[in-house]
Every structure is written in C-alpha cells, then in structure tokens.
Design a protein around this ligand. Structure first.
Ligand code: GLY
Ligand code: MN
Ligand code: MN
Length: 435
C-alpha cells in the first residue's frame, strides 16, 4: 500500500512545478446514478487519488505552494452519525488531517466560505475546466467578483491553467512503491486467468468464466479494472465484447481480457486458449504468430528505445506470419506500406498503464514517438482478428481472434514483465489446462 509520505511528496512535487503565486484545485469525482436510487460503484478521479489517496466522494483538494512551504487543504464530508448509518464510516475533517496528513481540512459544506479567500491574491489557478460545469461557473464567478471589487488587478488570478500536462507527466513515471502495487495487481489478475483456464470446458457459458474471474478478484479484495472480455469463437473478434453470454464450443478458442484494480492501480492481461484444452493445427499456427509478435515487441521495451518501435516490431512480425499462412497475399513491403495488415491487426500494440487502464501521459513529443524511460509501465498486446465474415481469407481462419497482452515496466536493462505469472506458450497453456 502507498503510505501518506509518498502522497505528500507527490503534492510537494506538483507544487514546485506549479510555482509560487499559484493555487491547484482538484475535485473528487461526483457519484453517478445508474438508475432510480441506484448508483454506479464509486471510483475516485485518478488525479485526485494520485495526489491524496482519498477515495471518498464530495471532496476537493487545494494546494497552496507559497503558504508555509506548501500547504495541502482537503475539503471533505464532515462525519455525520445519521449518514454513516447509511453509507458507512467517513474520515471527516479530523481523519483527513490525522489519517491522510493534510495540513488543514474543512467540511465541504463550508467550501464557499473558504475557497474565495484562498484564491485571493494569487496569480494563477491550476484547475481542469470542463469536467464539472457547476463548479466551473462558481469559480469564474468568484474571479469576476474579485475583479469588479478591486482596483488592484493583481489581487485576482487572471489565468486558469489546465493541470493535465504536469500532473500526467508525474503519473507516467512510477515510483518503486507504485511498481510493487502494480506487480500485485498483475499477480491477482494472473491468478484469475489461471483459474479461468483450469476451469474452462466445452459447453460452459462465457458468463461462468466471467464469474470465475470476478470470484478471483473479489476474493483478493479488489475489483476488475474494467469489465472483463470473455469472448469464445468469433466473439473474440469483437474488440469491446462484454456481454459474455454465449456458449463455449468444443474446438473454439476463448479470448479473455481481464485485469484487477488493486489499491487503485490497474492490471490489464489478455490470454487466448482453446476451450477444450488442445490447440488445433491452424489455431496453433496463428497463435504462434501473435505470440512471436508479442515476444519480439517486448524485446523492444527498454530505456532509450522509441515507443513506436514496440508497435512496428509487433506489426512486422504479425504481418510476416499472416503472409506465411496465406492470410495476406502480397510482398512484405507492400503489406506494410499499403497497410494490408490493418484488415486483421486493427489496434495499436499497447498503452500506458497505471491508475487508469489507459493511463495518462503523452505518446509523442514534438511529433516524434516518445523515447521509453525507466519507470514507465505499458501493455504489449498484439492481436490478429479474422471475423467470420472475412470472405477474402480461407475458411480455416475465419472466426479466429487472438490477442496476447502483458503489463511491462521499462527498466534500464529492458522489460520487467509484471504479468509473467500466467503462462502463454502453447505447451504451458495445454499443460495448465490438463491439470
Ligand atoms: N482492456 C483494455 C485494453 O486492452 O486496452
Ligand atoms: Mn486488455
Ligand atoms: Mn490493454
């Protein structure tokens, strides 16, 4: 678990970047109604979580870099016996200071009494406009009030700057503690995948496998970092397939894309395996292509290598494989230049991973692919999908969708695969399923 010292360090780092004369405001996510009186499970805004570790709704963090060497103020719900009978314990303002280490804490209900005073006299506000229109309006209203009431224009901040860039650069580089937490998240997800592989049999329903994944996540006191994809047969070719309600047929492959969220951090793992435990000849051939593409792409993950080399390597190896199998019919150069591979290799080879599954951070700098640096975490996830309707391809291949996805930390020496606890070679998968 991440200790408050690390959150404090993050806030101070951000305050240094924001500079004297600024105020940083980050708001907790508002709870969302699913349908009458029923809420979606609450998930804190990842920026807020990164800076505070505070997972309650109705909260707001204010950072003041020039006050007493950097002050952190939390506005949150005050403890209320009646309310806690319905919703459980809350930290309250005292808990916010004692348990979370904020310098000051005030009840959210009193926010309007305090915040304008905290803004007064600052030059710049860092705040992400556009996510909470009501609060945006109030903030702009206070600034307009200052301007109309004071002739000293410098007493009112005249800039509202997006926080994203600086904060997201910080989030892109994971600390040792974050990597430890992410390894745990990946281990929990790997265990869920092993459970699914062991239990899978022809005649089961995708929903039963989905339930096994959730059983493993919940049993580890965490949740799924996104709705698992459990796609048997040609459902694997639907990239965002989440209905997970079809029968699993003998002779088909099953693609599972499922990750855990542990202490706020996501894992994101995909494995594809035969429902009956034995790859057929063609399944083996196509699987070997995807696996080779993934392994060679992972070899490109090291500090100093541009991020797009990872994708280009996966694409080249997958394209060579599809040409060898007769799925594509041209020269390698033509298939790459004319992007014929895009008929079946339809998504990018990965993304940053962290508090968000598709984590924050730029992929390009000045129009060039970003160079990998130690501490970045990304997925490597090549996939080949040949829909049942792909009439330009021999029938053998139609309805096969294969992806292999791992979570990888960039180190000076190369790649550190966080999700190595779930096997991916054909022999290892068949052995595990035979247990
Ligand atoms: N599970 C989402 C992704 O693989 O990007
Ligand atoms: Mn995934
Ligand atoms: Mn992914």
């Amino acid at each position: 678990m991440i200790k408050h010292k690390e959150f404090t360090k993050r806030r101070h780092h951000l305050m240094e970047i924001a500079g004297q004369g600024s105020v940083v405001i980050v708001r907790a996510t508002a709870p969302k109604i699913r349908n009458n009186d029923v809420h979606y499970p609450y998930r804190q805004n990842s920026d807020f979580l990164y800076l505070s570790g505070f997972s309650e709704p109705e909260a707001m963090l204010v950072l003041l870099p020039e006050d007493k060497g950097g002050e952190s103020i939390m506005f949150c719900r005050e403890r209320d016996r009646q309310r806690e009978m319905w919703d459980g314990a809350t930290a309250g303002t005292q808990g916010a200071k004692e348990l979370f280490g904020f310098d000051q804490a005030f009840p959210m209900a009193e926010m309007e009494n305090h915040l304008p005073g905290l803004l007064h006299g600052r030059e710049r506000i860092y705040y992400d406009l556009g996510k909470d229109p009501d609060f945006d309006q109030r903030l702009i209203g206070w600034l307009n009030d200052f301007r109309s009431k004071t002739r000293k224009k410098f007493m009112a901040p005249d800039e509202i700057t997006a926080l994203d860039h600086n904060l997201h650069e910080m989030r892109l580089f994971k600390s040792r503690t974050e990597i430890t937490v992410m390894r745990k998240s990946a281990r929990i997800a790997a265990a869920a995948h092993r459970r699914a592989m062991r239990i899978c049999k022809p005649g089961m329903n995708e929903a039963e496998i989905h339930a096994e994944l959730l059983h493993a996540f919940t049993g580890s006191q965490c949740e799924a970092s996104y709705i698992p994809i459990v796609g048997g047969g040609s459902n694997a070719c639907i990239l965002h397939y989440i209905s997970n309600r079809d029968r699993l047929n003998d002779g088909d492959l099953l693609l599972i894309d499922a990750g855990a969220e542990f202490a706020g951090y996501a894992s994101d793992i995909t494995r594809t395996f035969p429902v009956n435990g034995k790859f057929s000849g063609p399944q083996r051939d196509l699987y070997e292509v995807v696996l080779r593409a993934q392994l060679e792409a992972i070899d490109e993950v090291r500090a100093g290598n541009p991020w797009d080399h990872v994708h280009e390597t996966a694409v080249r190896v997958a394209t060579e494989g599809m040409l060898d199998l007769g799925i594509l019919k041209s020269s390698l150069d033509e298939a790459l230049e004319e992007e014929h591979f895009k008929d079946y290799y339809v998504h990018n080879t990965g993304h940053w991973l962290g508090l968000d599954v598709h984590d924050v951070g730029e992929y390009e700098i000045d129009g060039h692919s970003r160079v990998l640096e130690p501490g970045m975490v990304l997925t490597v996830e090549p996939g080949i999908y040949i829909p049942a309707s792909a009439t330009g391809v021999d029938e053998t291949w139609r309805g096969m969708g294969i992806r292999v996805e791992d979570d990888v930390v960039v180190t000076k020496a190369g790649a550190d695969v966080l999700s190595a606890d779930i096997c991916k070679t054909i022999d290892d998968i068949e052995a595990l399923m035979a247990e």
